[in-house]
Design a protein around this ligand. Structure first.
Ligand SMILES: Nc1ncnc2c1ncn2[C@@H]1O[C@H](COP(=O)(O)OP(=O)(O)OP(=O)(O)O)[C@@H](O)[C@H]1O
Ligand SMILES: [Mg+2]
Length: 410
């Protein structure tokens, strides 16, 4: 079977590695044809800290996906997260060349907006256009072909630590995988779970994974703010390890089965059996004790998200409220507690817009993996259009971008 339009998302998370293989059909659909997951062993707080363990986990996840899809995976879109990620809003201005905005003018104005002081150990990951202004008229999303002499662009620039991106690429290369692009994880997730209307009227995506909580704010159809908090579900598990005196493995199982972050949701008389460590007898404990441990930690996390939103200045513009995704959004009581803290509508975000193995990927755990596939398709379409526009592309090619990560810009 020939799979010409294979797009693969490789979500290298702190808790698990997920490889999502999709086929882009000629009628514009995306069909998921294979999935592989493996517990992640070499990351801390979203960042690779052990290359060998990460390589091993990636290899196993990719092999599983290859087997299920019946294809050989050569190129992947992969995610990046961690506290080294920074998002800025920037602005550029240029004069148009012929009194009409050309694709080249748009590229120049984006370059101008990118010109800002970035620390030497950081590199630009994304330049995301928010809005174009032509001769003072704002609110323009597609400026090419419009008349005007002065073109301005508002953009959101995302930067990340060069070393973190290099380590991700290195791990993939060691698994014989080419990296098509390194994508900010919440940007990928937003492609899979947010609706266009939500992005238009204002929404915040909160992707709560194992090691990080990734935030992305959309208003007026464009991304306005991105940030990362180095707290995730694995911290909740650790709190249970200490509070219940059990192993991390058992704590994670108990959290999924009986955990809740709202004490009021748990019946007062329910008891849970807690396996002990070191050969001690298991103990029984009121289920409410678990909720009493989890609630303050989740509450603290949501308060942190709220303070990030306050700092971004967009908290009062989020008419569509909050969309929670990532594995930890499955903890019972999450939506209810978030509604209380944010005083806004809250929903759970699961990946949409794909066919094929929908039943398997319809969980917040695969939001980033499926989002990477969406991103990959959109990126390829953009590249194709660019290539069509000019016979000799002037912008950096994918290969040049990847080489630039390694400091080789020749
Ligand atoms: N049903 C559930 N209830 C509660 N927590 C859950 C449930 N399912 C998964 N989790 C938690 O979700 C976390 C993993 O989420 P996810 O798979 O999104 O993380 P990740 O993408 O690997 O990590 P990160 O994005 O932070 O690097 C773990 O802490 C796990 O315990
Ligand atoms: Mg994740």
């Amino acid at each position: 079977m020939k799979h010409q339009q294979l797009i693969v998302g490789l979500d290298i998370g702190t808790h698990k590695i997920a490889c999502v293989v999709a086929e882009s059909t000629p009628d514009g659909k995306l069909d998921v044809i294979g999935i592989g997951t493996h517990p992640s062993r070499g990351l801390r707080k979203g960042v690779v800290v052990n290359i060998d363990s990460t390589v091993e986990s990636i290899r196993l996840a990719v092999e599983e996906a290859e087997l299920m899809a019946g294809v050989e995976i050569k190129t992947v879109y992969t995610g990046i997260a961690g506290s080294h990620i920074h998002g800025y809003n920037s602005h550029g201005v240029v004069a148009t060349k012929n009194g009409e905005v050309s694709a080249e003018d748009v590229e120049r104005v984006i370059e101008a907006a990118k010109a800002m002081n970035i620390p030497a150990d950081q590199k630009v990951l994304h330049i995301l256009p928010q809005d174009y202004i032509i001769d003072g008229q704002d609110g323009i999303k597609s400026p090419v072909g419009m008349s005007g002499v002065r073109l301005e662009a508002k953009v959101h620039v995302v930067t990340g630590a060069v070393s973190s991106a290099q380590n991700i690429i290195k791990c993939c290369h060691r698994c014989d995988l080419e990296v098509a692009d390194v994508v900010l994880e919440q940007l990928a997730s937003s492609e899979a779970v947010l609706e266009a209307d939500e992005k238009e009227i204002g929404v915040v995506l909160v992707d709560i994974g194992g090691g990080t909580t990734d935030i992305a704010v959309f208003v007026g159809g464009s991304i306005q703010h991105t940030s990362v908090i180095s707290i995730g579900g694995d911290h909740l598990t650790n709190d249970l390890v200490v509070g219940l005196r059990t192993s991390p493995r058992e704590a994670d199982i108990l959290k999924r089965k009986y955990g809740s972050c709202l004490t009021t949701m748990v019946p007062a008389d329910e008891q849970v059996e807690i396996p002990s460590v070191g050969g001690h007898e298991p103990r029984t404990m009121p289920r409410q004790v678990m909720a009493q441990i989890l609630e303050p930690r989740v509450d603290e996390l949501f308060e942190l998200v709220k303070s990030h939103l306050d700092q971004s200045g967009f908290r009062n513009q989020l008419s569509a409220g909050v969309v929670l995704t990532g594995g930890s959004s499955l903890l019972k009581g999450m939506v209810e507690l978030a509604e209380e803290v944010f005083d806004a509508p809250v929903r759970l975000g699961t990946p949409t817009g794909v066919g094929g193995l929908v039943d398997v990927v319809s969980t917040p755990i695969y939001s980033t993996g499926v989002g990477l596939v969406h991103y990959g398709r959109r990126y390829r379409q953009g590249e194709r259009q660019k290539a069509k526009r000019k016979s000799k592309p002037k912008g950096p090619s994918m290969w040049q971008r990847m080489r630039a990560w390694f400091g080789d810009t020749s």
